[in-house]
Every structure is written in C-alpha cells, then in structure tokens.
Write a protein that binds this ligand. Structure first.
Ligand SMILES: [Zn+2]
Length: 209
C-alpha cells in the first residue's frame, strides 16, 4: 500500500483494509480477465469497482496500457476526454464520498496484466452489493440498441432480456433495467432526439461501459 497522507487522513481509525483481498501475483492474460477478477473480488466484499481512468485500452503488448480502478464512491467529478468536468454523482445517482480506495492495473511488455493495491481502505460503509450494482448493470450501447430495436418491434421485455442473456451470459441487467431503458427511450423519442446520443457519448467517454 502506498503511503499517502492526503488519503490516509480521510480514513477513520477502524476502517477495514481490503488490501489482502485484492493482492495477487497473477498475471492476467487480458485486461478483461483482470477486470473480471477485480470485479468479482469487489462483489464478494460489496465493493462496486469502476474504471476511473484508462490509458491505451486493451494494450498492444508494449507495456504502456494502464487503468486506475476505484470504488464507485471515488469522486464527485471526473474529466471527460474533452476535459469537461462531469458531475458523476448527478450522472450515476450514486453519492460520492471521495473514497480513497484505489487499484492500479498495468499491462506487461509482451502482454498480460497485473494489478496492485494503491489504497485498500474506504471512507464509507459498504452497502449491499445489490444496491450499488446498478452502475455496472447499466446497459451497454450495443445492448441499448438491441432494446430499442426490439421494443420498436413490440418484443416483450422478458423476451428482450432472454435475448441479451443469450448474447452475453454474464450480463447483470435485469428486466427492470429493460423497462427503465424502454421508458427512457420513449421519453427521448418524444423530446425530439439527441438526449440519448449525448448520454451515450458521456457513458462511452467516461468508461462507464
Ligand atoms: Zn469506497
């Protein structure tokens, strides 16, 4: 764990240190595998992990790609690619606490990904995972297009859910998300256009997917 006075003073004395759970010598084959592992460990401890910063995407084996992973309560504001501050709290509906919990993932030269714990503590209670998972259960852009397409063809939400699950068995979306997405799409169609386009751009720019 990295010593960082600015962080440590925000953490209460009896805060649990999660360092040991996220400490691994495993070199993951891909960024996705690394993320899957981190997200899974997070789930076991009621921590919703988000990608706060990502450079170089999946990487090309040059050892230059990296990603900073935080708790969903990491910060109120983040910069989009266009350097505009985004109010994450407003955007995701999750209260931000400037939580110091932080993992650093890095690509190796020749491929493979490692992850190290930069700060293992949180400055807030961890809610039930189900409460927090709404963020990562958000529909991805291509899934949203499928919902839109199928809804226009009057396919029922249950069936849409089955189709999405078939395409991606690991999907965390529930029928409720599909209802919500349909409702949103309906409102936006009525409002003219571009609200959803804007929203999708924000989501993609900020690695919410
Ligand atoms: Zn946290």
């Amino acid at each position: 764990m990295v010593k960082d006075g600015a962080y440590i003073e925000k953490v209460s004395e009896n805060a649990t240190d999660y360092t040991e759970f996220f400490t691994t010598t495993t070199v993951f084959a891909t960024r996705r595998e690394m993320l899957d592992w981190v997200i899974e460990v997070g789930k076991m401890h009621n921590i919703v992990i988000i990608i706060a910063r990502s450079e170089g995407g999946d990487g090309l084996g040059f050892g230059t790609a990296k990603a900073t992973l935080t708790c969903e309560r990491a910060g109120k504001y983040r910069l989009s690619k266009s350097k505009v501050a985004i109010d994450v709290e407003k955007f995701t509906g999750t209260k931000k606490m400037s939580c110091p919990f932080r993992l650093q993932a890095k690509e190796h030269v020749g491929g493979g990904w490692s992850v190290v714990v930069r700060h293992g503590m949180h400055n807030h209670d961890l809610p039930n995972y189900n409460e927090g998972r709404a963020i990562i259960a958000k529909l991805k852009p291509h899934q949203l297009s499928i919902v839109k397409e199928l809804s226009t063809s009057h396919v029922k939400p249950n069936m849409i859910m089955a189709i999405l699950k078939n395409l991606d068995p690991r999907i965390l979306t529930t029928v409720k998300h599909i209802y919500n997405a349909r409702q949103k799409l309906k409102t936006e169609t009525m409002g003219g256009r571009s609200v959803m386009q804007q929203l999708m751009k924000l989501i993609v720019d900020n690695n919410y997917v």
